[in-house]
Design a protein around this ligand. Structure first.
Ligand code: FMN
Length: 425
C-alpha cells in the first residue's frame, strides 16, 4: 500500500482525495437511500440532499467566506448534493438586501470558490435560482420582533420598496411587505432573460445542478396562483397562462445549460387555501408535473405554502412528504417515470428517510420495482431533501447510516471519529 496521500484532482492546494466520496455506502445491499442514483451525467452516491436555505449573509449578492464554510462544511459531510440558497437573478428579486445574487459577473467568483472546494471533496453543488417577486425587500428574519412576521426593508435599510413587482398589484400582506407594481410584459421578458443569464453564470461558476425556485409565494409561485395572479393578458387567467412564466423560464434555462446537467424545479404543491374559490392545489401541480419531462426538467422538488397570509396548513409529520407521494403516484398511473420526485419537510429520522425512497431491488430487466403498501411502506420519492436537520446535525448523513446499520465512507480526515458500533448515538 502506498504511503503517499493522493491529492484531490484539479485543486490548487493539497487536500486528500476523498475516494469514494463521503456518504458512499460501503455495506453491501444498502437500502435505496444509500444506493447511487444517476441524473443525466451526474452520479449521486446517495439519495440525501441539502435543501436550499437562505442565510441572509451575502455581501451585495456575493457569497463570502461565510458561505464557503457553511456550505463547504455541509457538503463535506456526505450529502450527495448541497444546494445553494435562493439566489436572485435580479437585484429587486432578493428577499432581503443580504440575499445571494447572480445578476452580474462579479458574483461568479465567490460561487466558484465554493464549487471548487466542494468538488475537491468529491461532492456536488447545486444552486437555486430565484426571484422573490412581491415578497422582496424585507429584512432578515432575526430583525423581526414577532417570529414569522416580515419587516419591510426601507430604502434606509438598503431595501427597494418602490421597485417590488408581482403578477398583480396585490401585496402579500399589508404589514411588512411592499405594494408590488403589476409587471409589464417588458418586466416579464427581463426576468426570463435574467434567469437565462444567471443559469449561464452558474455554469461558468462550476455548478453541477440548477433548481428553479417556483415555490413559497415568490415570483414564479405567485404567477401560478389565481389568487395572487389576476392578470388578463397571456400570463394570467387560465392554467396555461399562469404556468407560462415558469415554462418560459424553464425553456430559457434549459437552452443554455449543458445537456448533461440536471435541472430541478421546486414548487409549492398546494397553497393551503382550500376555503378559497380557486387555488393552486395538488391537482394543478400534477397537471404541471406531467408537462415537465418534455421541457427537460429532471426532478420536481415538492414543497408547499407561502403564497398567502391566510393559508391554513394541515400540519402533521407527513404533511408534505405525503403530497410528494401523491404526485409520484399520479405520474406513475400515467406511466410517467422520467420525472423524479424530491420530498422535503420534517424529515429528521433515519428510518423515515429510508422508507420515503425505499424501492425493491431492481428486477432482472433493470427496472425498479415500486413498493406498494408493503408493511405500510410505499415509495414516495426518489430523493429526500433536508434543511433544518442539517443545521442541527451537520453530520446527519453519517448518523442516518449509523442508525440504519450501514457502513458509509467518512471524510478520510475524520475517519477516527466514526460512530462506534454499539455506542448510543
Ligand atoms: C433557514 C432556512 C432558510 C430557507 N431558505 C430557503 C430557500 O432559500 N429556498 C427554498 O426553497 N426554501 C428555503 N427554506 C425551506 C427549506 O428548503 C425546506 O423546504 C423547509 O425548511 C422544510 O424542510 P425541513 O423540515 O427539513 O427544514 C429555508 C428553510 C430554512 C430553515
Amino acid at each position: 500500500m502506498s504511503k503517499k496521500s493522493v491529492a484531490a484532482p484539479n485543486t490548487p492546494y493539497f487536500t486528500p482525495a476523498q475516494k469514494p466520496s463521503a456518504g458512499t455506502a460501503l455495506s453491501e445491499s444498502p437500502p435505496t437511500l444509500f444506493k447511487p442514483i444517476r441524473i443525466r451525467d451526474a452520479e449521486f452516491q446517495n439519495r440525501i440532499w441539502v435543501a436550499p436555505m437562505c442565510m441572509y449573509s451575502a455581501d451585495n449578492g456575493k457569497l463570502t467566506d461565510y458561505h464557503l464554510v457553511h456550505l463547504g462544511g455541509l457538503a463535506f459531510r456526505g450529502a450527495s448534493l448541497t444546494i445553494i440558497e435562493a439566489t436572485s437573478v435580479l437585484p429587486n428579486g432578493r428577499i432581503t438586501p443580504q440575499d445571494a445574487g447572480l445578476w452580474e459577473d462579479a458574483q461568479i467568483a465567490p460561487i466558484k470558490k465554493v464549487a471548487d472546494y466542494v468538488h475537491s471533496q468529491g461532492q456536488k453543488l447545486g444552486i437555486q435560482l430565484a426571484h422573490a417577486g412581491r415578497k422582496a425587500s424585507t429584512s432578515a428574519p432575526w430583525l423581526s420582533k414577532v417570529r414569522g412576521k416580515a419587516v419591510l426593508a426601507t430604502e434606509d435599510d438598503g431595501g427597494w420598496p418602490k421597485n417590488v413587482m408581482g403578477p398583480s398589484a396585490i401585496p402579500w400582506s399589508t404589514e411588512g411587505y411592499a405594494i408590488p407594481r403589476e409587471m409589464t410584459l417588458e418586466d416579464i421578458a427581463d426576468v426570463i432573460q435574467a434567469f437565462k443569464e444567471s443559469a449561464q453564470r452558474s455554469v461558468v461558476a462550476g455548478i453541477d445542478v440548477i433548481e428553479i425556485h417556483g415555490a413559497h409565494g415568490y415570483l414564479i409561485s405567485s404567477f401560478l396562483s389565481a389568487i395572487s395572479n389576476q392578470r388578463t393578458d397571456e400570463y394570467g387567467g387560465t392554467f396555461e397562462n399562469r404556468t407560462r412564466l415558469l415554462i418560459d423560464i424553464i425553456k430559457a434555462v434549459r437552452a443554455v445549460i449543458p445537456e448533461s446537467m440536471p435541472l430541478l424545479v421546486r414548487v409549492s404543491a398546494t397553497e393551503w387555501m382550500n376555503f378559497a374559490p380557486e387555488q393552486w392545489d395538488v391537482e394543478s401541480t400534477i397537471r404541471l408535473a406531467k408537462l415537465l419531462p418534455a421541457l427537460g426538467v429532471d426532478l420536481l422538488d415538492v414543497s408547499s405554502g407561502g403564497n398567502n397570509e391566510a393559508q391554513r396548513i394541515e400540519m402533521h409529520n407527513h404533511f408534505q412528504v405525503g403530497i410528494a407521494g401523491q404526485i409520484r403516484d399520479a405520474l406513475r398511473a400515467d406511466k410517467i417515470t422520467n420525472l423524479l420526485i424530491g420530498a422535503v419537510g420534517l424529515i429528521t429520522e433515519a428510518e423515515y428517510a429510508r422508507d420515503i425512497v425505499e424501492s425493491k431491488t431492481p428486477s432482472m430487466s433493470g427496472d425498479c420495482v415500486e413498493i406498494e403498501d408493503e408493511q405500510d411502506i410505499k415509495t414516495k420519492a426518489d430523493i429526500v431533501l433536508v434543511a433544518r436537520q442539517f443545521l442541527r446535525e451537520p453530520e446527519w448523513v453519517f448518523r442516518v447510516a449509523f442508525r440504519l446499520g450501514i457502513d458509509v465512507q467518512w471524510p478520510v480526515q475524520y475517519g477516527r471519529a466514526e460512530f462506534q458500533k454499539g455506542s448510543r448515538i
